[in-house]
Design a protein around this ligand. Structure first.
Ligand code: MTE
Ligand code: CO
Length: 439
């Protein structure tokens, strides 16, 4: 118990006080309380807590003194103005025209596993289609008994499900194939987001239309000017694809395909057709642009690696990283990052501080869901010496994230897509962080 004194120095009992927070004489009380707390801390703890009286806690501040906004000020909430730096960013030399480009999720500013809707990276080939849900239609045609056209109301009469899945563009980390290039995990790894989707299993809609015996492939098509189309094996469509209309509980954002998108769990983001308007059933793949000239990798022997759908096991340390250096000096610290696998769950993440010579187990925390990102933490004591920080993920099927050298050996250096190699961050003794690679 601390004694409370008023400005005259009289001891008070504050239990009967009506509005102690806004009373000007409170300043004296707060100072006294804080100095008492400060003394207690100094006696009991040698940790990183303040040892001397701090005016931010001892003095009355504006936010203590003046009334704030009312409940009528923010009908749709937005982040604090102090979080202005938390935003999607693009890379200017990758953005010849913003209507056919990409921006990146600020992974180093986030924690947990869910990506907030306004921060999910965007990749569109013909700008954001603006579709009134009243004008939204989804057609299923081709090798079906009954071609069907669904409205949004129709879709919401089918049993719906909720699932958390990551979406990773196959080109994520693509700029790093030939060497360390972009200085920030937002840019090297930010073409991934992780969202809870609400939608109808595609299986139900296909059953309603009745897929003919010869039907083996699906061709989802977007309503945007790019007419995004990809061939997907029917088997995948029946297994776990969703026709989704909600993300993290609210309607899809226009950037993410409002009002309807296809969810293709664990498979490359390009197949997750946004502004979904049609799914054709066929007996063979269509060989569209996005599965021939794009999303195909040229190997060293001149052959093309095609139809590489699953996103392999991958991880990255998000903090510290070039945009999020260590500011607190040596001693107790937390490194954190994300790990994911398009095959299923992540079983283990290892962290190295010496460029992969020695590995320690990181601590996985939060939900461990199939085809979702996993959060890991590595709690350790930094000795203040330079580090070569790496993380390495292993999925439930024993797939191990490869080194850059291993990946190049298998795929050469002409590839763009499916770079899931181990990332190295060089941490200087001043806490600054740089994207490097170990030769
Ligand atoms: N769907 C349509 N209709 N048009 C597009 O341009 N881009 C694709 C895919 N679906 C695209 C699309 C690509 S390449 C990716 S990586 C993902 O959407 C990106 O999804 P996001 O914008 O929600 O991050
Ligand atoms: Co993509």
């Amino acid at each position: 118990m601390y004694e409370l004194k008023d400005q005259e120095g009289n001891v008070k009992n504050n239990s009967g006080k009506k509005h102690p927070r806004n009373a000007p004489q409170d300043a004296g009380r707060r100072k006294l309380m804080a100095s008492a707390i400060g003394a207690g801390v100094a006696a009991t703890s040698g940790k990183a807590l303040a040892q001397t009286a701090d005016p931010i806690i001892t003095d009355v501040q504006d936010w203590n003194r003046y009334l704030g906004d009312g409940v009528d000020a923010r009908p749709y909430g937005a982040p604090s103005p102090f979080e202005k730096q938390v935003m999607r960013r693009d890379v200017s030399w990758l953005t010849a025209d913003p209507k056919s480009s990409v921006n990146f999720t600020p992974l180093h500013e986030l924690d947990g596993i869910i990506t907030p809707n306004g921060l999910c990276f965007e990749r569109h080939h013909g700008g954001i289609a603006e579709i009134d849900p009243a004008n939204q239609r989804l057609m299923i045609n081709g090798l079906v008994d009954t071609p069907l056209v669904f409205t949004m109301e129709d879709l919401q009469r089918f049993p719906r499900e909720n699932h958390v899945y990551f979406l990773e563009c196959a080109a994520n980390t693509g700029m790093e194939w030939r060497g360390a290039q972009l200085n920030g995990c937002q840019y090297t790894h930010g073409m991934v987001h992780n969202v809870m989707y609400t939608g109808v299993p595609l299986k139900y809609l296909l059953e309603e239309a009745g897929v003919r015996i010869k039907g083996k492939w699906l061709l989802p098509e977007g309503a945007d000017p790019s007419h995004m189309t990809r061939s997907i094996p029917l088997q995948k469509g029946l297994e776990d694809c969703l026709v989704a209309f909600k993300m993290n509980g609210e309607a899809l954002r226009p950037e993410q395909g409002y009002p309807l998108r296809l969810v293709v769990p664990g498979w490359e983001g390009n197949m997750w057709v946004k502004w979904l308007r049609r799914i054709e059933v066929g007996d063979q793949p269509w060989h569209q642009r996005e599965e021939t000239s794009k999303y195909t990798d040229l190997l060293e022997d001149g052959t093309a690696r095609r139809f590489t759908w699953t996103m392999d096991v991958k991880s990255v340390i998000t903090n510290p990283s070039p945009q999020a250096p260590i500011r607190h000096g040596r001693g107790q610290m937390v490194a954190t990052g994300l790990a994911w696998s398009g095959h299923g769950k992540v079983k283990r993440v290892d962290v190295s501080v010496d460029g992969g010579r020695n590995w320690q187990h990181a601590r996985l925390d939060g939900p461990s869901l199939s085809k979702s990102v996993h959060r890991f933490y590595y709690d350790f004591n930094w000795d203040g010496q330079p580090m070569m920080l790496q993380s390495r993920a292993i999925d439930e099927f024993g797939q191990v994230q490869p080194t850059k050298q291993q990946l190049r050996k298998a795929r050469g250096v002409n590839s763009i897509y499916h770079n899931n190699s181990i990332q190295t961050w060089l941490v200087g003794n001043d806490g600054s962080v740089e994207n490097v690679e170990i030769s």
